[in-house]
Design a protein around this ligand. Structure first.
Ligand code: PLP
Length: 429
């Protein structure tokens, strides 16, 4: 029925794809995702693929949940959209904030709503700096983040990202930022002392580093980090954009490590991506100076803040998470995924498998494969996709983060397909 039949025609569309070199994309037909249901996607020719990445880490409840669509329809025909600003509120935004606050491991929480992760990171960064202004310490501006950390690509996110390739080519980024090794709390303390504790505003960390390659924190890392932040008064901001909403078997990921941050940034799984939504849970310490009689308005926000239809999607999504107890399911999936991925560790092209904390994993290729044989993760990705499984290539690894409703059989299908894809690539090099 569609005029576009990308499998046959070689003319690229006018759509500029993000995160890629359009010269490469324009050389072949675009991969048009036409339909999705559960863990499955179909392209326009009707070929089926297992969505091993839940799109970009977000479709926690799986695709095609009619009850989310129904909730959005009901909301859109009641109140489609109205911005939360000034004294305007709406019921879905208020209910969602209550629900998130009830489960967030922060003291006396308040919730700011946005449209995604990167926007929320910028909100948290501005709020951190602004908080110190309210404390009479405007020089506390420095933001510390971690190698491999990904925090979206807005202004602050681009400036604190722990992957160099995303930072260059845009002129001067936001100043007073630095990156420390992700595997060492001592490195954070050393950096705070180098900068001067009285100049550091906040530290940003993902519970498990996602897009940077699935790096799990060492034993006691977050307890040490929380203690160090407290010792120097540095605000501790957790980026739970990937790790939230049952991907780590709990609400915000960081609960796994028993610490209570000052802010939690969320997005993705809050609505399983059915509509764009994100936000920041802010503790009382940070929020109070803006809520008390001191008169400190936080002059920041967006047009779609607290979008009622997006919030209705999130509420229906959270209903599913709770009703199907995807928190418990997630822990079981995590265990099975971990052992299935470990089966790939012996493959000659594979250096390391990282998994076992949350429903996510990385299969990293050896330096020999990458540098001497000239294997690319893009080739492995392409071979897997040809065989009907979507994984995600990053420079050294293939990442997986399937919907939490994946079955054991589907996990095994995903990992055995990845294994065949590795074999096919090895045979070529
Ligand atoms: N933070 C983390 C940990 C992420 O993984 C992402 C996106 O992948 C973001 C922030 C940015 O979110 P968005 O792409 O919605 O701006």
């Amino acid at each position: 029925s569609s005029a576009l039949t990308p499998k046959e025609h070689r003319e690229p569309s006018r759509l500029w794809h993000t995160f890629c070199d359009m010269n490469t994309v324009a050389k072949g037909p675009e991969f048009v995702v036409a339909r999705a249901e559960g863990v499955w996607l179909w392209d326009q020719s009707g070929d089926r693929y297992l969505d091993g990445t839940a799109s970009l880490w977000y479709c926690n409840v799986g695709h095609g949940r009619a009850e989310i669509a129904d909730a959005v329809h009901r909301q859109m025909t009641t109140l489609d959209a109205y911005t939360v600003y000034g004294d305007f509120a709406n019921a879905p935004a208020m209910e969602l904030s209550e629900r998130l606050a009830a489960h967030a491991p922060v003291a006396d929480p308040r919730v700011i709503l946005t449209c995604g992760g990167g926007e929320s990171i910028d909100t948290a960064a501005k709020l951190a700096r602004s908080y110190w202004v309210t404390q009479g310490q405007p020089q506390r501006q420095h933001l510390i983040s971690r190698t491999g950390g990904y925090h979206g690509l807005n202004g602050f996110g681009t400036s604190i990202i722990g992957m160099e390739r995303f930072r260059s080519g845009y002129g001067k980024l936001i100043e007073d930022t630095s990156v420390v090794r992700h595997d060492s709390a001592a490195a954070l303390e050393a950096e705070i002392l180098r900068v001067g504790a009285d100049r550091v505003a906040a530290f940003f960390a993902e519970p498990v580093i996602g897009a940077g390659g699935v790096f799990l924190p060492p034993e006691n890392y977050f307890t040490d980090v929380a203690r160090i932040c407290q010792k120097y008064g540095v605000l501790f901001v957790v980026d739970s954009v990937i790790c939230g909403f049952a991907r780590m078997g709990n609400w915000f990921g960081i609960e796994r490590f028993g610490v209570s941050p000052d802010m939690i940034v969320f997005a993705k799984g809050v609505s399983s991506g059915y509509l764009p939504l994100g936000g920041v849970v802010v503790n009382g310490r940070v929020a109070d100076p803006f809520w008390n009689e001191a008169g400190n308005p936080f002059l920041h926000g967006t047009t779609y803040a607290g979008h009622p239809s997006a919030c209705a999607a999130a509420m229906a999504n959270l209903d599913i998470l709770e009703r199907e107890d995807l928190f418990t399911v997630s822990r079981e999936v995590e265990t099975h995924l971990d052992s299935a991925l470990r089966g790939l560790a012996d493959h000659p092209l594979v250096a390391e498998v990282r998994s076992g904390t949350g429903v996510m994993g990385a299969v990293e290729l050896t330096e020999e494969a990458l540098n001497e044989r000239g294997v690319t993760t893009a080739e492995v990705f392409a071979e897997a996709r040809t065989r009907g499984v979507i994984v995600r290539p990053v420079p050294k690894a293939l990442l997986v983060s399937p919907p939490l409703v994946i079955t054991w059989e589907q996990i095994d299908h995903m990992t055995s397909t990845l294994s065949s894809a590795l074999d096919a690539v090895m045979a070529r090099h």
